[in-house]
Design a protein around this ligand. Structure first.
Ligand SMILES: Cc1cc2nc3c(=O)[nH]c(=O)nc-3n(C[C@H](O)[C@H](O)[C@H](O)COP(=O)(O)OP(=O)(O)OC[C@H]3O[C@@H](n4cnc5c(N)ncnc54)[C@H](O)[C@@H]3O)c2cc1C
Length: 729
């Protein structure tokens, strides 16, 4: 018997909006047995809209107002897939993603927000900057600020949209420019309505009108922008307005894929839902926040509704999975809005209520920060106990633990396995028959991994890159590979999808590396795992061995180190999502171009940095070459966040064993790179000895190919006392 019951159903959440973060948190505290939950989001960090004006004004930094979805999901035990959903097939229950294999669902929830409806204005998709997606807006705004450090002429900043978002963004930009930059600018707000802030009471409107007049901000009422070009906006009365920066904060528009996928939508393309937040056309799909159109009376597009819908959605998703009665969402008629005025000052508006002052800003700040704290996993206590139930049946070991032949056949039929002229027989026979290439030597290596990331497609890619590293480190060319896969227990469709995604990931790498898949074995187990046996070929006498280092050689490393500590921190939900995103980019970087460059620079000795850490693998080279080496700690490239995680006491499980195995100088300094020299690496870079004369050119070539390569030390004649010494600078 195993602890976790097998997965029976897939609950998939699209978009990490304000409601889904509550669902994730609640499911983290109280998981449902047998349900695999996945968040698909194209951003690792989701913004909390209420704090965005404060971010633009400079009162907050990025972390203050963004929820780290990757970290939150890791804490909650929820699968995080970073991808953009492009389409749904509600008949086969498939989610079609950008650059990611399609995903199945039993129950689906959509919380993908909205974006200003730019299609209504000619040229708006090309010119100006929509306030959402927020990530893009912040990028564009910061780029513009950098470009416009000290212009000779005053700049004209125009915000189109007289609702709360437009007014707050404009005042935040005004504050930023006047208080924190030398840029001279004038501002214009354009409202298509008779008045700005049309949904607020007259006292609120008067306050903002007066405030903007006092700041010399022009307000244009009752005019529609009908088109935009590089320099000017054109209005419905044919008048024009020149601009230097335009922000679009116009009414919310929907993404096109829900309607194109056949979900019943309103005239603007928002998914129509009933009082239970369930699609009126597809009861196995829920939709919330801006992406939904509540029936019979649609709600304003405001984050406050998305936030309030979160707990009801969480209850209803659990109820739908367990065939219990759903709870209706009862929207409130008036809600409190706290609108900021640029500085640390705000206005409270609810129905006919109006009040303002600095205290309102501090009150809002307190509410917003308290909201954000709820989604920062660090102080949360993990309380995950899934009781065994009748689903938790006895699973066999031995040959009975093989993945069923039905699953395997289905998966293989969906994979595009290229043939290789050297492989005579594949798949149908008991073993692959290979014609060894004449005149070549055969290289073989094997690696095996327990899942270090809850994403089988990524795991498959990285495992293959890691395994092929051994062939490249030897100066060989990959030829073929065999895969061993362990798939977590579950119902057939779920296991089938996991195996398919894992194999699609493996195949993506193998295809890019021109390596044939010639066989494999798959089994069930308590957790996802994958191993690859890789074959390579080599011209006799051309191997790059560990024994080829020579005194005077420069030691060149092609990728930063730190993946071990980052992955360990991620397991404990302590790793920032953007650090992991960056680490994954390094892990997905092939060692092939680096090996080719090393060959071009007549390298004799090379290895790939994996489980024994940088020093462990360097020690192997030094012992084999009868040499010693000195490492410059400042020069060792580190992955972002590795130093922080290490300082928090996070360590990968192999760390201590690695440290004990090294014969290096007793180092008593405090340099942050030192500890990471023992950190085990997954899909690490290559380490090679390059002649001193060629080293700079070789590094340049590696950098031009996209590597973060560095000369990290020098090889010396053997020192019998100490194999490896350190200098800090
Ligand atoms: C400057 C500004 C200030 C605002 N201030 C307030 C305020 O103070 N109070 C208030 O109530 N409202 C405010 N709003 C409105 C508020 O932003 C929206 O109503 C709110 O964000 C909607 O929340 P949501 O949960 O529906 O979606 P969002 O918060 O927009 O989240 C959607 C998420 O889905 C992801 N996503 C989108 N499409 C896909 C896809 N196809 N595949 C995968 N992932 C996807 C996005 O990356 C994002 O993480 C403000 C808006 C702006 C622009």
């Amino acid at each position: 018997m195993k602890d976790q019951p097998p997965y029976k159903k897939d609950l998939r959440l699209i978009g990490g909006g304000h409601s889904h973060v509550t669902v994730i948190k609640q499911l983290g505290m109280k998981p449902i047995a047998g349900i695999r939950v996945t968040l698909i989001s194209h951003d690792t960090h989701t913004p909390y809209s209420g704090m965005l004006p404060g971010l633009i004004a400079g009162h907050y930094n990025f972390e203050d107002c963004h929820i780290d979805l990757r970290k939150l999901c890791q804490w909650a035990g929820i699968q995080f897939i970073r991808s953009e959903v492009m389409h749904l097939d509600p008949i086969t229950k498939k989610i079609i993603c950008h650059h990611y294999p399609s995903l199945r669902y039993d129950l689906l929830s959509i919380n993908t927000g909205s974006q200003p409806a730019l299609n209504k204005i000619k040229g708006a998709n090309q010119y100006g900057h929509a306030v959402k997606p927020v990530k893009q807006f912040l990028h564009d705004w910061h780029q513009w600020l950098e470009k416009t450090t000290s212009p000779t002429d005053p700049q004209h900043i125009v915000v189109v949209g007289g609702g709360a978002a437009g007014v707050e963004i404009l005042l935040a930009m005004y504050f930023k420019l006047h208080q924190r930059t030398t840029i001279k600018a004038r501002f214009t707000l354009i409202s298509a309505d008779q008045q700005i802030l049309a949904t607020h009471n007259q006292r609120v409107r008067n306050f903002f009108q007066d405030h903007m007049h006092s700041l010399d901000i022009t307000i244009i009422h009752n005019k529609h922008v009908i088109s935009i070009d590089e320099n000017q906006l054109t209005f419905n009365d044919n008048s024009i307005l020149n601009y230097d920066f335009v922000a679009w904060a116009i009414s919310a528009g929907a993404q096109s894929w829900p309607q194109e996928s056949g979900l019943r939508c309103d005239n603007s393309g928002f998914i129509q839902v009933d009082q239970y937040l369930r699609s009126i056309s597809h009861p196995d799909i829920f939709a919330v926040g801006d992406s939904a159109a509540f029936t019979p009376t649609p709600l304003p597009k405001a984050g406050v509704y998305a936030v309030r819908q979160g707990p009801i959605l969480a209850k209803n998703l659990c109820a739908a999975l367990q065939q219990r009665t759903l709870k209706p969402f009862k929207p409130q008629q008036h809600f409190l809005s706290l609108l900021t005025t640029g500085g640390r000052h705000a206005v409270a508006s609810k129905g006919a209520l109006f009040t303002s002052g600095k205290w309102v800003w501090y009150w809002k700040n307190h509410i917003d920060r308290a909201f954000m704290t709820r989604f920062n996993p660090a102080p949360m206590v993990l309380s995950k106990k899934i009781k065994n139930d009748e689903n938790n049946i006895m699973r066999c070991g031995g040959c009975g633990a093989k993945v069923g032949s039905g699953i395997l056949e289905q998966v293989l039929s969906q994979l595009d396995i290229p043939s290789s002229h050297d492989v005579v027989s594949l798949q149908k026979d008991d073993a692959a028959i290979i014609n060894p290439p004449i005149g070549k030597q055969w290289l073989q290596s094997v690696d095996f991994f327990r899942s270090f990331i809850d994403d089988p497609y990524l795991l498959g890619q990285i495992a293959a890159i890691h395994s092929l590293g051994d062939i490249y480190a030897m100066g060989g060319t990959p030829h073929s590979a065999l895969v061993t896969a362990i798939i977590p227990y579950g119902d057939q469709p779920i296991m089938q999808e996991t195996l398919l995604h894992l194999m699609q990931g493996v195949m993506k790498t193998l295809t890019e590396e021109s390596t044939a898949l010639i066989g494999g074995h798959s089994g069930e187990g308590p957790e996802l795992a994958v191993g690859l046996t890789v074959n390579g070929i080599l011209k006799p006498g051309s191997a790059l061995t560990k024994s080829g280092l020579k005194p005077g050689d420069s030691l060149i490393l092609t990728k930063p180190i730190g993946s071990g500590v980052l992955l360990a921190a991620n397991m404990a939900a302590q790793c920032r999502g953007d650090w992991l995103d960056q680490a994954l980019k390094y892990l997905l970087q092939s060692n092939r171009p680096a090996a080719e460059i090393f060959r071009a620079y007549a390298v004799q000795s090379c290895t790939d940095i994996t489980g024994f850490g940088l020093l462990g693998h360097l020690q192997e080279m030094l012992l084999a070459s009868n040499c010693s080496a000195s490492i410059t700690l400042d020069a060792v490239p580190l992955m972002d966040g590795a130093e922080w995680c290490n300082a928090q006491g996070v360590q990968s499980s192999l760390f201590s064993a690695n440290k004990q195995a090294i014969r290096c100088q007793q180092y008593t300094g405090q340099h942050p790179a030192y500890a990471l020299l023992f950190d085990p690496q997954t899909a690490g870079g290559l380490l090679a000895g390059v002649s001193a004369e060629q080293a700079d050119d070789c590094i340049q070539a590696l950098k031009e190919t996209g590597y973060t390569a560095a000369k990290i030390g020098v090889v010396s004649a053997q020192n019998t006392d100490t194999l490896i010494t350190f200098i800090e600078h």
